[in-house]
Design a protein around this ligand. Structure first.
Ligand SMILES: [Zn+2]
Length: 234
């Protein structure tokens, strides 16, 4: 991958064995050109020039959607989401575990914050969501898999970058730990969406038809995720 600049747009190029080129705005707001191996840098520059107004429009939309993005301070009283509900943070002097959800509060070891260990604090949240998610999301997968008519092998909750979930050809499922910040109904949508990819890898009408069979109001949940997904962070 390499970065190029056209007007004031900085974009990355990823080449692969695809037939045509396109431009996408990634979830983190970066502009990505996906191009065939054979396409020259000059042709790609032409493509970006031709799509400039589209890119500006979509970047503006991305900024709107990400206005809710979280800039986090780990202070007493800060709200953190768990299954769609906000729980206030309480810094605790004496606590064995880095982070606990207890009596309606996220209880965090005060030392982590005092030492300014932002990464360690983030890791405490991430580990918490991974531990809880491994149980709950597995339950939801086991509940929905027979309804979708598939049998996944392994279920993993972890860091997944820009994706909410992924499935591998050998039947392994992975979910982003941030899913655990969303309401249960949204987690269910993400689970069913991913299970339906066992039938169809792409997002064709046939694919959405499978999702619709299990979650008839999936469009609302999909839209919720599009609008609020960026706000799910620690
Ligand atoms: Zn999908």
């Amino acid at each position: 991958m390499k970065a190029k600049r056209s007007n004031d747009i900085v974009y990355n190029i990823v080449r692969s064995r695809r037939a045509t080129a396109d431009v996408v705005i990634e979830r983190d707001g970066r502009v990505l050109v996906r191009a065939p191996d054979s396409l020259s840098d000059e042709r790609i520059e032409d493509l970006v020039e031709a799509k400039l107004s589209w890119i500006y429009k979509n970047l503006a939309e991305w900024r709107d959607l990400n206005a809710t993005r979280v800039l986090r301070e780990y202070r007493n009283g800060e709200g953190f989401l768990y299954l769609g509900r906000s729980y206030r943070l309480l810094l605790i002097g004496e606590q064995k575990e880095p982070l606990l959800l207890k009596n309606g509060r996220f209880c965090l070891q005060r030392d982590l914050v005092d030492e300014g260990a932002i990464e360690a604090t983030k890791a405490a949240f991430r580990d918490y969501y991974i531990a809880r998610g491994s149980e709950r999301i597995s339950q939801r997968v086991n509940y929905y898999a027979p309804k979708v008519g598939v049998s996944p092998r392994d279920i993993n909750v972890r860091e997944l970058g820009n994706r909410w979930a992924s499935c591998s050809p050998n039947g392994n499922l992975a979910f982003h730990w941030k899913c655990m910040m969303a309401p249960q109904t949204i987690i269910d949508y993400i689970v069913v969406h991913e299970l339906c990819h066992f039938h169809y890898l792409d997002h064709t009408d046939a694919f959405w038809n499978e999702v619709d069979k299990v979650i008839p109001n999936y469009r609302e949940r999909k839209e919720w995720l599009r609008k609020n997904g960026a706000g799910l962070d620690v």
